[in-house]
Design a protein around this ligand. Sequence first.
Ligand code: BGC
Length: 498
Amino acid sequence: MSKQKLRPFVYLVAVVAAMGGLAFGFDIGGSGGTFVMKGFREHFGWGWPIPEEPDSQVLAQEGWINALFTLGALVGAVPAGSIADFLGRRVTIMMAAGLLTIAAIVQAAAVDMTMMYVGRVLCGVSIGMESAIVPVYISECAPEHFRGELSTMWQLAVTVGIVVASIINIPLSTWEEGWRISYGGNIVFSVVLLLMMVFVMPESPRWLVARDKREAAAQVLAKLRFPQEVEPEVEEIQAKYEEERSDGKGSWLDLLRSENRMGCRTALGVSVQAFQQLTGINAIMFFAPAMLSRFFSSTAALYGTLAINIVNHLGTYITFGTVDRLGRVTLLVISGAGMCIALLIVGGLASMPATQDVGVAVIALSCVFVVFFAFGWGPVAWTVCSEMYPLRLRGKAISVTTAANWAMASVVGKLFPIVSDPAALNLSGTFFLFAAFCFLATVVTYGWLPETANVTLEEVDDIFASHRPKIMRATWREARRDSILDARIAKSTVASTV
Ligand code: BGC
């Protein structure tokens, strides 16, 4: 019976930890909008009103403001797993929240571009750390039947952050100093997160077991589970960890080994995170205002972007009712296929003359694309990666997969403006390219990704051990070998009868 219910405290853990996601979203939704704010442009000498012909130095600085954030996140994600294994999940989240507080202050107080760049890197590092560890922390605290839903809190928070930032950017744009809030507003989330982590949130029970603190783990689980569930779960975690420990401490190289199918699991996690970015979501998130301004005035384009962001948020609720019932793979497959079709249509539309009717259709189809992303690849990529590795290697594996996400985010952010230029692939060609990646992502998840819903984190090893890919080279090889053998037998029969 208790399996059907959750202790309220476990909700609180997920909601509080997900505040890191709020900060992530607030940055995605807020920073780009400052580029068209009068106060920001004048402060950094970018010129106002916005010149028709973009200045190359300004374009370069815009590029750096985005790139230093994503590259910083990549740098933050890499050590995050090891820090979280060494010092604990809770302390790592605290460190990231503290750093984010400093980053928010530096950006909001930026007197010149150098200070802004420093703030962007610090901000990126802290968000990179949080994006690696928060989903793991939530997964390790959640009971198996609700793990998908609780992990989705991370993505829900990201989408709330994006909406909040894009709404408040509208009034902030009329105030000379408004841009400082667009960058510094994160301080609210980081300070609340920091205080809650210090005073209220527990350490992950799984990390405690891994540190031989069985008693402490049982005490934490007593808050997160119903009384009769505590001992059996501690037993299960402990037994599994003992078994893992006999394989050694867990090195970076172990991520590539064939034992336990780790090499395959690492490749899958990296692919899932890279594909999340190769769907093209951030081309829409970052560049929607610029794309929509081909069809509408810049204010209408901002409202169009807001509509897309709200749809992104609302779409995430679909995941709550489905991720633990239908499973991760089903959601990823439906989501990938839906995005692929929507992108093919948007690509076709983008090649038509830029009338307002076409613009409305582009917004509508972008919303369809975003809904498919919002209930599938958005949340589920983070969830799957946080739960598919053994405790011994989880920290390192999550660093690698999260770094893949940020590396791809940097590549897409850097290349999209270049590739979508009419001199290169142009906008429609770029959408077709993203559609091809969505197709590939769908095939890979359908063919290779095992279902991890509704099993404990300790049972995931068995799931991988018994999983047989649906699309398998070995099957093709066997079929080919059989047909060659058949042909040989047929040939020798013919020869013997002659
Ligand atoms: C992705 C971000 C994206 C956001 C949009 C996240 O899951 O990692 O890159 O901007 O979703 O909601």
